[in-house]
Design a protein. Structure first.
Length: 124
C-alpha cells in the first residue's frame, strides 16, 4: 500500500536539511607522488565514547544537505518513487556533491528531507 504523499513533495522542489559536519584530515598524494596535507569538512558525525558503556554522535559544526526533486513516478502496482539529486553545503558555505540521481520511495524521501538520521550533539 502506497499511502500517498504525506509531505508536499513537488517536482523541481528544493528541500534543505540541517546536517552535521566533522573536520577531517583530507590529505592526499598528487600526480607526482608529493604528499599534500589538508583538512576539510565531511558530512556526518563521529561516535564518541561516553563513560562507562555508551556512545553519542558528535559533530564539529552544522551545514546543509540540499535535495532537489527531479521527478515523481508511480510505476504500476509498485510504490511511488522520488527521483532526486543531493548536494551539501559545508559550514563555510561551500557547496559540493556529485550530480548523481537517487531514487527512493516517498516515505524514505520524507525521512531524508526531515532531518539527520540520528540524534547528535554539536561540539562547543
Amino acid at each position: 500500500m502506497d499511502g500517498g504523499l504525506r509531505m508536499d513533495i513537488e517536482i523541481d522542489g528544493v528541500y534543505r536539511v540541517k546536517f552535521p559536519f566533522v573536520m577531517k584530515d583530507t590529505s592526499y598524494h598528487d600526480a607526482t607522488g608529493e604528499f599534500i596535507p589538508d583538512e576539510g569538512w565531511v558530512p556526518g558525525c563521529d561516535g564518541e565514547i561516553v563513560y562507562p558503556d555508551d556512545s553519542e554522535m558528535v559533530a564539529d559544526d552544522e551545514g546543509e544537505m540540499v535535495l532537489t526533486v527531479v521527478d515523481i513516478h508511480k510505476p504500476g502496482r509498485f510504490p511511488t518513487r522520488v527521483f532526486y539529486t543531493r548536494k551539501f553545503i559545508d559550514p563555510d558555505g561551500k557547496e559540493f556533491g556529485k550530480n548523481k540521481l537517487y531514487i527512493t520511495t516517498v516515505p524514505t524521501f520524507e525521512r531524508r528531507a526531515s532531518g539527520y538520521y540520528f540524534e547528535y550533539r554539536v561540539k562547543d
